[in-house]
Design a protein around this ligand. Structure first.
Ligand code: SF4
Length: 443
């Protein structure tokens, strides 16, 4: 079993292929905010989605902005972006990375003053938390949320934390997975805890364990179980709390005496939200591909029973690098987000590596169980073009600006923004938790 930490952004190596449609699926016009609709109308009127058609349209808007901003403009995307948008971002000089790599970019590039992110909101907010005051972070679609994070909103988790804190006091430390809002990262920072990502969770949770304190791991339920196993926390020392509104409604007082006793003895309390994209995988899928001669690599947001039987587990960067450095003739089966696997399949084929999706096991009905991250794919070429062009015109919608502590409703885009004073407090505590993670990861 191998894991990898990725802090530097290298080129993904992804190449645009002629005749492959640029975007996986068009969004309906009414999914775009008012300011973006004129761009979406132009895009939707294009005759097809081939690079030969879409790129000239994008170039017309993006090249003037690149000339206007120069190195002060930084474009970022996550590997899970649907269709070919990751390739577009790199084509315009931007970078593609996993959530850890993205979070570091503002601090690593002080020359970047305008940072435009095509991914989900918590990723943009993490960049904003670590940004300097003169660096502004923008998200191409503020409605791009993460379902795991949606089941761990601050108003769900905070009452539970208060309940636990009242019972365990300063013995309690919060480890917040990167897939959380800044407010939960701040909760981790305030308890002397840390943030972790799938690339460094083993180090961070191992460090937390050495502190001898009870860990409240928020979320992911599966990653928490996997990492607990990696650092030697036995299953009977884990207390599984609910996730989403179920978790919010639980309380220590309502537990049975036996459960309260288990909670008292637990080394780790796990908030129960999870990623639907990563929980479709099953051990039988892994064994199928192993029997066919494939090396099976999985993301640790998959259930622990899947990780336990795989040949390797690690972050998005780890999985990508394994594909890119595999020698010709290799056969890899990957269990993670569907757009990522599609891109890995295309790029692997260019150097003789066969990549399959672990969920694509033979099915009498011809189904594939794998899926893409639909919420992240709410960013598409018109969102990118509109954001960049409106920034150049000095007319960016404030809704797309990302500040620490912002909460955005993924259905309506309604935003709750803290006062400057509250924001400063959240940013300071969240930065403390992120800095702890960086220190543990880089040293
Ligand atoms: S793939 Fe899952 S965990 Fe990752 S951003 Fe999408 S919903 Fe969240």
């Amino acid at each position: 079993m191998t894991t990898e930490t990725a802090s530097e952004i290298r080129s993904s190596g992804i190449q645009l292929q002629p005749d492959i449609p640029i975007c996986q699926q068009d969004l309906p016009l009414d999914w775009y905010q008012e300011e973006f609709k004129p761009y979406a109308e132009e895009y939707l009127a294009l005759p097809d989605r081939r690079p030969e058609t879409v790129l000239p349209w994008m170039d017309e808007y993006i090249h003037p902005a690149l000339d206007h901003f120069g190195p002060s403009l930084m474009l970022l995307a996550h590997y899970y972006m649907g269709g070919e948008i990751v390739k577009l971002v790199e084509r315009y000089g931007g970078s593609v990375a996993d959530s850890y790599g993205l979070a570091l970019q503002a601090a690593r590039h002080p020359e970047a003053k305008v940072i435009v992110e095509s991914a989900v909101h918590f990723m943009a907010e993490s960049i904003a938390v670590l940004a300097a005051p003169d660096q502004h972070v923008w998200i191409t679609n503020p409605k791009a949320g993460c379902t795991m994070e949606m089941m761990a909103k601050a108003d769900m988790v905070e009452p539970v934390f208060e309940d636990l804190h009242e019972r365990y006091g300063d013995d309690l430390m919060v480890i917040a997975y990167m897939n959380t809002s800044g407010r939960l990262k701040a909760m981790a920072g305030a308890t002397g805890g840390a943030v972790c990502t799938s690339s460094n969770a083993r180090k961070v949770v191992g460090w937390a364990r050495e502190q001898g304190r009870k860990v409240f791991f928020v979320p992911d339920r599966h990653l928490g179980e996997v990492v607990a196993g990696w650092v030697g926390i036995p299953p009977d020392a884990i207390f599984s709390w609910g996730g989403g509104y179920d978790g919010a409604q639980q309380s220590i007082a309502a537990l049975s005496d036996a459960d309260r006793d288990r909670l008292d003895r637990a080394t780790m309390v796990l908030w129960g939200s999870y990623c639907g994209v990563h929980t479709v995988f099953q051990p039988e899928h892994v064994r199928h591909w192993q029997a066919e001669g494939y090396r099976v690599l999985v993301h640790p947001e998959c259930p622990k029973v899947v990780v336990d039987v795989a040949d390797g587990a690690g972050s998005t960067s780890y999985l990508w690098n394994e594909v890119m450095k595999a020698p010709a003739g290799s056969r890899l089966a990957i269990a993670t987000e569907g757009h990522f696997v599609n891109n890995a399949r295309t790029q692997g084929a260019l150097h003789g590596v066969e990549v399959v999706n672990v969920a694509d096991v033979p099915d009498p009905k011809g189904r594939s169980f794998g899926c893409g991250c639909a919420t992240m794919s709410r960013n598409d070429p018109p969102h990118l073009v509109a954001m960049i062009d409106l920034l150049r015109k000095d007319a960016p919608p404030d809704l797309n600006r990302v500040l620490a502590g912002d909460i955005v409703d993924e259905a309506t885009a309604r935003r709750e923004r803290l006062s400057a004073e509250q924001r400063a407090r959240i940013a300071a505590d969240a930065r403390r938790a992120l800095d702890r993670m960086i220190e543990l990861t880089e040293n």
